[in-house]
Design a protein around this ligand. Structure first.
Ligand SMILES: Cc1cc2nc3c(=O)[nH]c(=O)nc-3n(C[C@H](O)[C@H](O)[C@H](O)COP(=O)(O)OP(=O)(O)OC[C@H]3O[C@@H](n4cnc5c(N)ncnc54)[C@H](O)[C@@H]3O)c2cc1C
Length: 589
């Protein structure tokens, strides 16, 4: 059951597992571990209940901000972005970021998983081996409008009986035909890819999304749906912030530290409570929350922790390092025509009407996210050679992505647009998550280091140039207004440059307008057992510690070349398997 007050938990209950964070990974773990009725689980979640959070259910409203379901973080000033601080959304609600994300369902390339297998020395991470976890997670279904989807995806690579619903778009956008036509007119980089989730994402194809008949399918709506959250062996305490994980007294002074006691509270000045897991603590607070909790608990770089007067328990300098994200830029071109979605978010009457259509009939433009097609592409070899090699996981792995939208998601006051969101998906920039204060209610210092590496700027430039090229296809001639190149002629930027240099203008435009994809990973990286870098071993156990695993987006040593929810689901499904087989040896499970 879901409780919102600690006093409602029965005091005598002992939990086998305590899960910190009821987000994407935490919800999977809560579900899988309580499949066995004799195993008890407590989930501690900082945010509130997803049930009744209507704006999160309506797919198109992922284009709006929802401060009540957000941690409302801001980055540190980003040097690569002209010193700007940018908003950094994280889900503050059951289901975590899967309850507020854009719902894109992209698995990444086969190379991404094969590289993870090679970095961790664990072949179970290979593309071939993780297929079973994609299947456990995915429940493919028909789109909201039940249109004929033949030729829009490859049924042979999808699962019909997993937990989390995935579908194609359920509302036809007016630009769809043109995008597919442009793909055949241009060929090459724009070549049609029937299904980008086959392990080879390169090319242009239809977006798949975690949407179920026009409703968001999140970790909370699937893995914590009412039938699961009412299991008697699963307790979920919401509105509850974990402050630290404590070392058990019995392990002080001998052997590896044992950390199975969790300290938590329901308000900044309120009482601090403790709960001890009789088996393990599973830390799933996400790529920002997990390193913050580890550092506050004394797990991190010992000298850094001592400088903050936190008693170090284990010296793990990689905690909070290696922060990796996909930089994202929203580009728009004015179009001849008004069949775009631009009016929805700026016209409240239209928005109200469409919400009624959505709730009564499950139809209309609100049933989808904002992108209809994606393109994944690589830089050419001569550009890669400038950087002494290829940062992508392999030859079928993209460096950048384009997402096509039938409107401007940044909500321009007027006009109609085609939008192309560009992202660098094999970045070389790295950042950090460090403490701003030892007060767990103070946001950490979030520095994704966006565009801090020259490679990422180069890849973003290529991505923007490819967007321009995509609009030079003959099919767009009457639709896109003016010269596609002109979208980047920003008079403020041009006036600062002494001479008109298109490349410098483009760089300035990129640095001025780029932000985050919110695909944070890497801050508690998984590496091989003997590696001198990393925070967790391939079995998710924190190095040098007993009783504690980290299971969420933090564990990726490299960011997959994909929107990160599907990879996180795979991580959590695999971790659940790993935990079950470990405890089977002790006749539990
Ligand atoms: C705005 C946005 C758009 C995105 N779009 C996409 C997309 O379209 N497709 C895609 O594949 N991916 C997308 N992502 C990324 C994807 O959603 C995340 O990578 C993934 O959900 C992360 O899962 P997680 O389990 O690591 O963390 P989360 O799902 O964020 O879960 C962490 C949970 O821990 C809780 N928590 C944190 N600290 C504490 C604490 N101290 N005490 C108690 N609880 C705590 C949080 O409230 C949260 O519920 C997006 C993310 C965001 C934020």
């Amino acid at each position: 059951a879901v409780y919102d007050r600690v006093d409602l938990l029965q005091e005598f209950i002992q939990y086998d597992f305590v899960i910190i964070g009821g987000g994407t990974a935490g919800s999977v773990l809560a579900n899988r571990l309580t499949e066995n009725a004799t195993v008890s689980v407590l989930v501690l979640e900082a945010g509130g209940n997803n049930i009744g959070a209507i704006p999160t259910q309506i797919p198109f409203f992922c284009t709006l901000s929802h401060p009540q379901y957000d941690w409302n973080y801001t980055t540190t000033p980003q040097e690569g972005l002209t010193g700007r601080e940018v908003a950094y959304t994280r889900g503050f609600i059951l289901g975590g970021s899967s309850s507020v994300n854009g719902m894109f369902y992209t698995r990444g390339s086969a190379d991404d998983y094969n590289r993870l297998a090679s970095v961790t020395g664990d072949s179970e991470w290979s593309w071939k081996h993780v297929q079973k976890y994609f299947s456990l997670n995915e429940r493919w279904t028909f789109p909201a409008d039940h249109h004929n989807t033949t030729g829009q995806y490859d049924p042979s690579i999808h699962s019909l009986d997993g937990m989390n619903t995935v579908s194609l778009a359920g509302f036809p956008q007016s630009i769809n035909k043109n995008i597919i036509r442009a793909s055949s007119e241009l060929g090459g980089t724009f070549q049609y890819n029937l299904d980008m989730n086959s392990g080879n994402p390169l090319g242009l194809g239809w977006l798949q999304a975690t949407i179920d008949g026009g409703n968001r399918s999140s970790a909370a709506t699937s893995y914590l749906s009412p039938e699961f959250r009412h299991r008697p062996n699963l307790h979920i305490l919401i509105n509850t912030r974990v402050t630290r994980i404590l070392q058990d007294d019995s392990s002080i002074g001998g052997g590896p530290p044992h950390l199975t006691t969790v300290e938590f509270t329901q308000s900044p000045d309120g009482a601090r409570y403790q709960v001890t897991a009789s088996k393990e603590v599973l830390l799933s607070a996400g790529a920002i929350g997990s390193p913050q909790i580890l550092l506050n608990s004394g797990i991190g770089n010992s000298s850094y922790l001592s400088s903050l007067s936190i008693a170090p328990i284990v010296n793990l300098p990689s905690v909070g390092q290696n922060f990796t994200d996909h930089p994202r830029l929203v580009n728009n071109w004015p179009v001849n025509g008004n069949h775009t979605f631009d009016d929805i978010n700026r016209n409240s009457n239209l928005s109200t009407h469409l919400q009624q259509v959505w709730s009564q009939f499950g139809k209309g433009p609100l049933v989808d996210t904002f992108v209809s097609h994606l393109l994944f592409a690589r830089l050419n070899d001569s550009l890669l050679n400038q950087f002494g090699g290829d940062p992508a996981a392999g030859l079928h792995t993209p460096h950048y992505e384009l997402g096509f939208s039938n409107g401007d998601i940044s909500i321009a006051p007027d006009g109609h647009f085609i939008g192309i969101t560009t992202r660098v998906v094999s970045p070389l920039s790295r950042g950090t998550v460090l403490l701003n204060s030892t007060d767990p209610f103070t946001a950490p210092l979030i520095n994704p280091g966006l565009l801090s590496h020259e490679f990422d700027l180069l890849a973003m430039k290529e991505a923007v140039k490819t967007s321009v090229k995509s609009l030079t296809a003959p099919v767009w001639k009457e639709y896109v207004v003016g010269n596609p190149d002109s979208a980047f002629i920003d008079s403020e930027i041009v006036s600062k440059l002494e001479t008109a240099q298109p490349d410098l203008q483009l760089e300035a435009y990129i640095r001025k307008n780029t932000g985050t994809s919110a695909h944070a990973v890497g801050t508690a990286a998984m590496t091989g057992r003997d590696s001198d870098f990393g925070v967790v071993n391939p079995d998710f156990k924190v190095k040098g510690v007993e009783g504690l695993r980290v299971i969420d987006a933090s564990i990726f040593p490299f960011v997959p070349s994909a929107h990160t929810q599907a990879p996180v689901y795979v991580v959590a499904e695999r971790a659940a398997d790993e935990i079950k087989s470990f405890w089977e040896n002790f006749h539990i499970f």
